[in-house]
Write a protein that binds this ligand. Structure first.
Ligand code: SF4
Length: 187
């Protein structure tokens, strides 16, 4: 199948319903949904995957989403979990954007404490920010803000101890890690 893409209009800008799909944004585990729903999700993921794979911005988009901005949802053939995996492989952490398309302000329920967010992070280390937000009943941006605060505190400690942080990864290094993803095999 050939996909023609105008560089001014990448697929995510023209097929927004695919990229805004909640199940792609925060994928359920296989045991949480029926076989038919899993099949449906696989088709959605394959569709988004195919469109990103044919996008002329794919490499730049992947690099930025891994190294520069922690965006939410399905981007450049990767889920949030995929990008977290790549960052762990690269040994990097990044500053996170204060707001995202899914980072709506929290309404009602009172503020979530920093301790509550960090406890949830420890209990569910593989959760995406969106999943943590759902667990705690707050917005994704709140989760990101608290995780950023924790990273900044850690970085300050590191700086004080004189340890030098990792280098900014190259595009090739990011692509090498991307190639390790199971999902990249169908890109
Ligand atoms: S690679 Fe990036 S810019 Fe291109 S369609 Fe996918 S998400 Fe959009």
């Amino acid at each position: 199948m050939t996909i023609l893409v105008e560089s001014a209009n990448p697929p995510c800008a023209t097929a927004t319903e695919v990229y805004h799909d909640e199940q792609l944004h925060s994928p359920p585990s296989r045991t949480d949904i029926t076989a038919a729903e899993w099949e449906q999700l696989s088709v959605k993921r394959a569709t988004a995957h195919r469109q990103c794979a044919g996008c002329p911005l794919m490499v730049d988009c992947l690099y930025r989403a891994v190294v520069e901005v922690d965006v939410s949802g399905f981007v450049a053939c990767t889920t949030e979990s995929d990008r977290a995996f790549i960052r762990r492989q690269l040994g990097i952490e990044i500053e996170q954007a204060g707001t995202t398309p899914y980072g709506a302000p929290r309404v009602g329920g009172g503020p979530v404490s920093h301790e509550a967010v960090m406890t949830a992070r420890s209990a569910y280390p593989k959760d995406t920010c969106h999943q943590l937000a759902e667990r705690l009943g707050c917005s994704t941006s709140t989760i990101k803000r608290h995780l950023r605060r924790a990273r900044e505190a850690k970085r300050d400690e590191t700086t004080a101890s004189g340890v030098v942080g990792p280098q900014v990864p190259t595009i090739d290094a990011v692509l090498d890690c991307f190639d390790q993803l199971e999902s990249s095999q169908v890109a």
